[in-house]
Every structure is written in structure tokens, then in C-alpha cells.
Design a protein around this ligand. Structure first.
Ligand code: CA
Length: 503
């Protein structure tokens, strides 16, 4: 007679074999929050090692020009799930929730017979009209959630109190969902699964787990090349953003009292060490847990038929230009890490440098999984599948530019300006249109509209704003036209008078 333990194990093995026997590939979509690509060793990090994230790059493809279309949490998540730009899906800011009557990718997965799960950070609202839709089971953090002993929410108002560290717990729950021990079990021997494993880390307040609490105590983390950038020549609104090391709250963000007797330069360096070490400690926990998840897929035989994605909702400034945080269209914030393994479809250890954006993720994954997207959507998917690029195929008409728009104007404590722009493979044009209506409490006149232009080939660190250089006028004019073309293509509106300030 089998013991209860044996039955549980048998049941778990049966469910794993169910997913293994399916022809449709499973999906494990791992997304962290604010994890910059330059803190991943597969991307050549100078400041840390991520051996487990590197396993995905080694088994699949590393994408080197993956960009978000709005570098802030909720809007990027909405763009990924809907395959549309934020002016279409309505999630333009941190405070706009995703209307859960809108179509999202998980609904297509359910329609294709997938068992779907959402575990971890949702950050698109919850409660009436905003609970996650398209999932057979969801267990999410309320809002930002806590690093230690987090409360989590499920459907029907169920509140789950958890003891432990958030990155460990989200991984535990993801594995339990895969095994059919959390949420519904597989309905048949052939039912595949798709699980969205969304980590809170490494979002501020950067609270490490016990295991990583003293990691990096004995080393100095190198400062980035642009750490002392004085921002001269950049737009005035950029010089005014409050994302410098001196803008970090020592008690809340750095969790320490600044030592007496430091010069200003010394204090800036001291703050950087406090900040970056905690950031990298919480990244280390993600890396360990991704390793645990990959090990589980391998041990259960699922790895051969499971697509694994690692990404982050946007990039982050890791002292670059003297900043922390994201929001801006500069490279460190615009870039998303994107590592994808799909056995049999993507060559191991491959890389690609074509421009892809978060709006493309839904059609791409659907393509890899053989899932049909509906053709009668009120808001049709605007992204394009880059699955051919993942398969190593040449695509002659692949886009060579991308459109970006950050809507929040001088919001909260960082005072980042609203802006839009275009990035090509060689240049970047940004318009800070200084929307007075987007400025909380401001009824007065708008600030002057400002533009920036960077030659990414000659100036990859974006130090020299060449918007006024006569030699750059032909490039500038081409990019202004390309920006207008993209806005028309995606149905967004230019800000009134923004282009006219350019002579
Ligand atoms: Ca984020």
C-alpha cells in the first residue's frame, strides 16, 4: 500500500509527465523588477556574476538590443501582456491599472489549452476590474509587496500570509504550480503549462536575504565610467532630475547613517557602495532561485520541452551618469535583459543585435509556442514576432528603429520629465516636451521644450548632446521624420509645438 507521501510524489510525477508528453511547449516566463542587463555576467557585467542566468544564455539566445517602450514598472508589464503601446492599453503611468476586460496573452494561452499561472509581482492593480485575468491560478504581491514575510493575494479575496524571503517564496510557488501542487492540476496527460514568475527583486528597497546579507562586504564595487558625469550639455530638465546618489535617503534606501567627516565626493562614493551592494545582493538571490527553477525543470525532464525566458520590466541606472532609478530613455534604463532558451528552436549560445521591444514579446512567444492570437481584437496586437530572429533566420525588413514614450511628468520625488523619442541602430533623438498638464499641481506655463541627440557609435555613453551641431542637421532631420512616422504608425500623437522649436 502506498503511503501518503508516495501518493503525493506519484501525483507530482504524473503531472510532470503530463506536461512532458505534450507537443505544445511549456513556458516559464521569469521577469524581475528593475534588473539592468549590465548586472548580468552574460551581458559582460563588470560588477557581479550571475552563473544561473548565464545558463539560459548558454542554452539559448542573448538579445543585445531589447528595449522597453516606457521605462517604468506597470506600463512595461502592460505592454508585454497586451502586445500594445501604452497609449493604446491605457497604462501610461505607475498609477494607471490594467483594465482586466482588455485582452491579454494569457487568455490566448488558456484558449489554446494551457494551464496558466501568475506568481509574484503583478503591479497592475487588483480588486474589481483589475484582478489578473487569463490565469487558472494567481498568487500575487499587493502593490510592491515586501521582501521579508510578504502577504500575497489570490482570487476571491484570499490573503496568504507567508514566512520567508520573497524571491525564495515566488520560486517555491512557481515550482509548486508547475508540479500541479498549487492551483489546478493538469486536466490531461497532454495539457501544457505556462507560468509567469515575476520577482519583486531587485526593486528598491533592496533588502537582501540572510544568505546574501554580507556578500560584497570585503570588496569595493567599481564605479561606472560615467559616475561623475556633470551632465553639462544635456537638457536642463535632465540636469534637474533627482536620481543622484545624494538623492537616496540614507535611512530608507541605504539603511545606514552617513559617517561623519566625509567630503562630498567621498560621500557620493560611500552612498554608491551602500546602494550597489544591496542591489547586487538581491540580484544574487534571483540568480540562485533561477538556478533552482532550471534544476527542477531538468530533474523532472521538462527542460526539453519548456521555453524559459528571463527578462526585467526595464533597465536601471547603476550609478551610470551618477544616477539610480530608471524612467529615462538613456541606454541603461531603456535596455531590457532578454535571455531565451527553447530547445530545438534556438541555437545554444547564440546572440542577436536586432532591435526588439517589449510590445513584441506576446506575438513572439505565441509564435514559438504555436499559439494563435485572435484576429478580431478591438485593439490589435501592435508588436511583431521576432521568433524568426531567435531561430537564426535573416529577416530583410526587420525594423531598424523603435519608439519610446514616458508619460509621467515631474511625478513623485524624481522629477523626471515626460519625453518621447526614437532610437535607431546608430542614433537616439529625445524630445522633452514638458507637458504642463502632466505636472502635479502645476497650472502655469510649460517649461521650454528641449531636445537631445546622441550619436551612439561615436558616443555610446551618451555624454555629448549634439542636437545643435550643424554637421548633425541631416541626421537630426531624418530622425525627426522617423519619429513622426512611428507616431503615425502606432497611432500616438506628437505634443503640440514640439517639433516646431527645432529650427
Ligand atoms: Ca520596474
Amino acid at each position: 500500500m502506498r503511503s501518503l507521501t508516495d501518493l503525493v510524489r506519484f501525483s507530482s510525477e504524473f503531472r510532470a509527465s503530463a506536461a512532458r508528453m505534450s507537443n505544445q511547449p511549456n513556458l516559464v516566463f521569469i521577469m524581475s523588477d528593475d534588473h539592468a542587463a549590465h548586472a548580468i555576467s552574460a551581458y559582460g557585467s563588470r560588477i557581479n556574476q550571475t552563473p544561473n542566468l548565464d545558463r539560459i544564455a548558454a542554452a539559448g539566445m542573448r538579445l543585445d538590443s531589447a528595449f522597453c517602450t516606457n521605462s517604468i514598472c506597470a506600463p512595461s508589464r502592460a505592454a508585454i501582456l497586451t502586445g500594445t503601446y501604452n497609449h493604446v492599453n491605457g497604462v501610461t503611468t505607475l498609477d494607471t491599472h490594467l483594465d482586466n476586460s482588455l485582452w491579454t496573452f494569457p487568455q490566448a494561452l488558456q484558449a489554446a489549452g494551457y494551464r496558466t499561472g501568475m506568481i509574484g509581482k503583478w503591479h497592475l492593480g487588483h480588486g474589481r476590474g483589475a484582478d489578473p485575468a487569463g490565469f487558472d491560478h494567481w498568487r500575487v504581491l499587493p502593490g510592491q509587496g515586501h521582501y521579508h514575510n510578504p502577504v500575497m493575494l489570490e482570487a476571491d479575496g484570499v490573503v496568504v500570509e507567508r514566512g520567508g524571503y520573497v524571491t525564495d517564496l515566488i520560486t517555491d510557488d512557481t515550482i509548486a504550480f508547475i508540479d500541479g501542487e498549487l492551483g489546478p492540476a493538469a486536466q490531461s496527460a497532454h495539457q501544457p503549462f505556462a507560468v509567469f514568475c515575476h520577482h519583486k527583486a531587485p526593486h528598491r528597497s533592496w533588502e537582501p536575504s540572510r544568505e546574501h546579507f554580507t556578500m560584497y562586504d570585503d570588496v569595493d564595487i567599481p564605479e561606472p565610467d560615467t559616475f561623475r558625469d556633470d551632465l553639462v550639455g544635456r537638457a536642463e530638465v535632465i540636469q534637474a532630475v533627482k536620481m543622484r546618489m545624494m538623492d537616496l535617503d540614507p535611512i530608507v534606501d541605504l539603511k545606514a547613517v552617513v559617517p561623519d567627516g566625509l567630503s562630498l565626493d567621498e560621500e557620493i562614493s560611500w552612498r554608491y557602495q551602500r546602494y550597489i551592494k544591496d542591489y547586487l545582493r538581491v540580484v544574487a538571490s534571483i540568480d540562485d532561485n533561477v538556478g533552482r527553477l532550471l534544476d527542477h525543470l531538468e530533474a523532472t525532464g521538462l527542460a526539453d520541452n519548456t521555453i524559459v525566458v528571463y527578462t526585467s520590466d526595464q533597465g536601471f541606472f547603476l550609478g551610470d551618469h551618477g544616477w539610480f532609478d530608471k524612467r529615462l530613455m538613456y541606454e541603461e534604463s531603456l535596455s531590457m535583459p532578454l535571455l531565451i532558451q527553447s530547445p530545438g528552436q534556438i541555437e545554444a549560445g547564440s546572440t542577436n543585435d536586432d532591435i526588439v521591444v517589449n510590445v513584441d514579446f506576446t506575438p513572439t512567444l505565441a509564435d514559438l509556442m504555436g499559439v494563435e492570437l485572435p484576429t478580431d481584437l478591438v485593439d490589435p496586437v501592435q508588436g511583431r514576432s521576432f521568433a524568426p530572429l531567435l531561430r537564426g533566420e535573416a529577416v530583410d525588413d526587420w525594423p531598424t528603429s523603435m519608439y519610446y514614450r514616458y508619460w509621467m511628468h515631474r511625478d513623485g520625488s524624481h522629477l523626471c520629465p515626460a519625453h518621447y523619442g526614437v532610437r535607431t541602430r546608430t542614433h537616439k533623438l529625445i524630445c522633452y516636451y514638458n507637458d504642463p498638464l502632466g505636472q502635479p499641481g502645476a497650472a502655469g506655463p510649460a517649461d521650454p521644450i528641449e531636445w537631445e541627440l546622441f550619436d551612439l557609435g561615436a558616443d555610446p555613453l551618451e555624454i555629448n548632446n549634439v542636437i545643435d551641431e550643424p554637421a548633425m542637421m541631416p541626421v537630426r532631420d531624418d530622425l525627426v521624420a522617423e519619429l513622426a512616422r512611428l507616431q503615425a504608425l502606432y497611432g500616438d500623437e506628437p505634443f503640440p509645438g514640439a517639433t516646431e522649436v527645432l529650427s
